[in-house]
Design a protein around this ligand. Structure first.
Ligand code: PLP
Length: 468
């Protein structure tokens, strides 16, 4: 499989280079040259298979030609072996035609483990085959950092440095990062805000000699391989609930648009999908866009669902690329305009075409809490604030008669105990394997919010190692 940049001027890459490069050199995101198809017969043949078996069948065409093609099945098996539910992504029924797909059975209790547990292994094996190593550097306000650390721990070809704002992430989130004591994992607590952390990471990537010397790389959701691994659970849900005979509506609590884009990709491959519901919190740029046709940036505000506190949804560019009939130059132009003016429209016909499939729905903090409580009272399921937004959005957006609603449960309630407790009076317990999280020793280095300090720290830790 070959991959193209959404901005049209970066070279076309194979899977391995797409995996390792993340963002394209022209600033675009990589997408597959064409969508592999799952016919009705293919979908039927997936019935009764396990999650890893379906994963291999769905992803095989995307990795065709990779150096790790031979070991892919084993890597997929390993990636999901440590999950704490036999089904990997179990489905729970909420109402006759309404289901939850639980995506929090991985090591850090949020859906990001589903792609990252595989992507960490893919990075490590491709790098080993090439005799290279990389240094992953990233900033986190919570969920992403712990999932990336768990994905990269103990990997010979990877060092990982994750910056978090000192004293400004929740105790559970911090401990999920700082209690990983593998020698290739480095937690940096920056004396500043999340924005300071992100600015430092950007500055490090902009320092080309530093970047090349240590082989800096990222595993954020712009990486195609993450999207690829997320397509799997949409197909899994569809097959489990009657595809190809039945049709589906997915409701997805959305931040960077990566997860819901994976549902769109599954539809392009042949899963019968009627509608995709984009749930937002008060940071509702996408909902405002689907309602009114203009994409306009606003200030980010803090909410009970912090993993969706985002204004620019990077993966939306992948949808735009198709909406602009894969004209990369046109996408580059419109994205440039968005950056400059902080708002942009794509024309009425394109907006309407997107609205045929996508619909946004905004849920504020109070409604989120009420939904957590209502769902607990009606179904006995305790859900986290992100999932609650998805469930409420799903209930409120109309869908075609007979379309089965599946809401993606993106985090375990114990990851956001305060909101859950405020809503229901119940304290959600951590699953047994994390029950001793608060007793484990922590390790982090506190540094000032200065690029130079972080650069010097990274060089010191990596003394003697360099990218081959
Ligand atoms: C990352 C995250 C989201 C947002 O997903 P995107 O792919 O960025 O849209 C939603 N919920 C939780 C719990 C997350 O960790």
């Amino acid at each position: 499989m070959k991959y193209l940049s959404t901005r049209g001027s970066a070279p076309t890459l194979n899977f391995d280079d797409t995996l390792l490069s993340g963002l394209a050199r022209d600033g675009g995101l990589y997408v597959p040259e064409s969508w592999p198809k799952l016919t009705r017969e293919d979908l039927k043949s997936l019935r009764g298979l396990s999650y890893p078996e379906i994963a291999v069948r769905v992803m095989a065409p995307f990795i065709a030609g990779s150096l790790i093609e031979d070991e892919f099945e084993k890597l997929v098996g390993d990636a999901y072996a440590g999950f704490d539910h036999e089904a990997i992504a179990p489905l729970k029924q909420l109402a006759p035609d309404s289901w939850l797909c639980e995506l929090f059975h991985g090591p850090t209790l949020a859906f990001k483990d589903y792609p990252l547990q595989l992507v960490g292994r893919l990075f490590d094996r491709v790098l080993a085959k090439r005799g290279q190593r990389v240094t992953i550097v990233g900033a986190t306000s919570g969920d992403t950092g712990s999932a990336a650390i768990e994905a990269c721990r103990d990997k010979d070809s990877i060092d990982i440095f994750i910056l978090h704002p000192h004293g400004r992430v929740s105790d559970v989130q911090r401990r999920q990062m700082t209690t990983v004591t593998s020698s290739n994992v480095h937690n940096i607590a920056v004396e500043g805000t999340f924005d300071d952390c992100q600015d430092i990471v950007k500055a490090l990537f902009a320092d080309l000699s530093f970047r090349d010397q240590y082989g800096l790389s990222a595993v954020n959701s712009i990486n195609w391989a993450r999207i690829m691994a997320q397509i799997v659970y949409y197909v899994w849900c569809g097959v489990a609930l009657g595809a190809p005979e039945r049709r589906f509506t997915f409701s997805v609590p959305t931040g960077n648009f990566g997860n819901v884009y994976a549902a769109y990709a599954a539809r392009n491959m042949g899963l019968p999908v009627d509608k995709l519901i984009v749930g937002s919190n008060a940071n509702d740029i996408l909902t405002r866009f689907f309602e009114g046709g203009e994409m306009a940036m606003a200030e980010v505000v803090g909410t009970l669902s912090p993993s969706m506190d985002i204004q620019i949804s990077s993966n939306f560019e992948r949808l735009l690329f198709d909406t602009y009939k894969r004209d990369g130059a046109a996408v580059a132009k419109v994205m440039e305009k968005f950056r400059k003016d902080r708002k942009v429209s794509f024309g009425k016909a394109r907006w309407q075409a997107m609205r045929k499939l996508f619909e946004g729905y905004r849920v504020g903090d109070n409604a989120t809490k009420t939904a957590i409580n209502d769902i607990y009272e009606n179904t006995g399921e305790l859900i986290d604030p992100h999932t609650a937004i998805g469930v409420l959005a799903g209930e409120n957006v109309a869908r075609p008669e007979g379309s089965v609603l599946v809401t993606m449960a993106t985090a375990h309630p114990a990851k956001f105990p305060r909101a859950v407790e405020e809503a229901t009076g119940l304290h959600p317990d951590l699953p047994p394997r994390l029950a001793d999280l608060f007793e484990r020793p922590e390790r982090a280095d506190v540094l000032p919010a200065q690029t130079n300090a972080v650069r010097a720290f990274i060089s010191e830790q990596l003394a003697g190692k360099s990218a081959a």
